[in-house]
Design a protein around this ligand. Structure first.
Ligand SMILES: Cc1cc2nc3c(=O)[nH]c(=O)nc-3n(C[C@H](O)[C@H](O)[C@H](O)COP(=O)(O)OP(=O)(O)OC[C@H]3O[C@@H](n4cnc5c(N)ncnc54)[C@H](O)[C@@H]3O)c2cc1C
Length: 339
């Protein structure tokens, strides 16, 4: 069980800046995100795309913005619980009890929901037994590429993730790249590289094929694939990786008893609190008259929600407004030793 001042749901730009705003006023945060990496939409949907409307930064990319936000929260040594979805929220005396899909439990007086458009979930293999072997032969992301060393791997998909991982894993594993069309959707460069690697005998390509079945008792040991006209082929393999893109689902948030307006959470713009005391919503997931779904709005919302969290986490202390330029406390928390 992990106790914290604030549990932040979502490691997108709004959640990351909330960690900073909480940190400088002396509150500890833990962050949970369903994705395998930090950065939300910026990193998952447009890491290389330029962004031109972050205050005081004339141009950055989704990736560089994420890197800078992470650098800014470094002094607070925050724990990020990735690949984990917040599943349930319930009242536990004066606190909230938060349970993830991996049964991790957090106890916190405050929750900041920075869940964007909901949790990103990988599109899964549409065959029986894919669930049974999930994380034991069937994978949708790679946490540690070394795990796949010297294994026989079938990679499904035609986008950049499938191509890039096929190229990378072919350096030390036996890779078969399988796609339902003859043409790949990924970048020209990656498509050319996989074709070149196939010619050099460093990986195999099978198109147009889709998965048909998964075989194995305790362990996956083979699959069958099929063409559109039903021709099947059996392949022995240690594991299969599916890169079919992501679906965005509001997910379990709908079951937490919060007021919802379509797929958004209405908030009080004084402090970004929802209809439940101690539960705040910021960034793309919150709504109020005039809401702009921009990163800069999420930053402002994070600053106000953080101050409101202070009042709940430290009921016996008075919150004192300070500037970071002059506050010794803030500078100490940021590790800045100015005399
Ligand atoms: C192509 C594109 C270009 C854009 N360009 C710009 C731009 O130029 N300028 C600009 O200001 N904005 C831009 N945006 C919008 C901007 O990316 C969003 O406003 C911003 O990402 C919202 O940040 P967020 O932190 O609220 O949510 P997100 O970035 O969506 O992050 C939310 C995170 O919460 C996680 N999550 C959700 N539910 C759960 C749960 N139950 N458990 C665990 N984790 C959960 C998700 O996995 C996700 O990682 C663009 C968006 C797109 C798609």
């Amino acid at each position: 069980m992990i106790k914290t001042d604030v549990l932040v749901i979502g490691a997108g730009p709004a959640g990351l800046f909330a960690v900073h705003q909480l940190g400088i006023i002396g509150l500890k945060a833990e962050v949970v995100d369903n994705l395998d990496k930090i950065g939300g939409q910026c990193i998952e949907l447009y890491p290389d795309k330029p962004i031109y409307d972050i205050p005081a930064i004339s141009e950055c990319t989704g990736e560089s913005l994420t890197k800078n936000l992470l650098e800014q929260v470094k002094p607070f040594k925050t724990n990020f619980h990735l690949n984990e979805r917040v599943q349930e929220i319930s009242k536990d005396k004066k606190n909230w009890k938060i349970v993830t899909n991996k049964n991790k439990i957090f106890i916190s007086p405050n929750i900041i929901i920075a869940g964007g458009v909901g949790s990103f979930e990988p599109r899964k293999f549409p065959v029986e037994d894919a669930v049974k072997f999930e994380n034991n032969g069937v994978y949708y992301s790679i946490k540690d590429k070394n795990y796949f060393k010297n294994k026989k791997i079938c990679i499904f998909g035609g986008g950049d993730s499938a191509l890039d991982w096929a190229i990378e894993l072919s350096k030390f594993a036996e890779v078969i790249l399988i796609h339902r069309r003859n043409e790949f959707r990924g970048s020209d460069n990656s498509s050319k590289t996989v074709t070149k690697l196939e010619k050099e005998g460093k990986l195999k390509i099978k198109t147009p094929f889709q998965i048909n079945s998964i075989e194995g008792q305790d362990k996956l040991n083979a699959i069958t694939i099929k063409t559109e006209n039903g021709k099947t082929e059996k392949i022995t393999t240690d594991c299969i990786l599916g890169f079919f893109g992501l679906i965005m689902k509001l997910g379990p948030i709908v079951d937490w008893g919060l007021n919802l307006d379509k797929k958004h959470i209405p908030v009080n713009t004084e402090n970004f609190q929802t209809n439940k005391e101690g539960i705040f919503a910021i960034g793309d997931i919150c709504t109020y008259p005039g809401k702009l779904k921009l990163i800069l709005s999420g930053f402002h919302e994070a600053a106000l929600a953080a101050r409101a969290c202070f009042k709940i986490a430290r009921p016996n202390e008075k919150y004192k407004f300070e500037f970071s330029t002059t506050s010794k406390n803030m500078q100490e928390r940021l590790g800045i030793n100015k005399k």
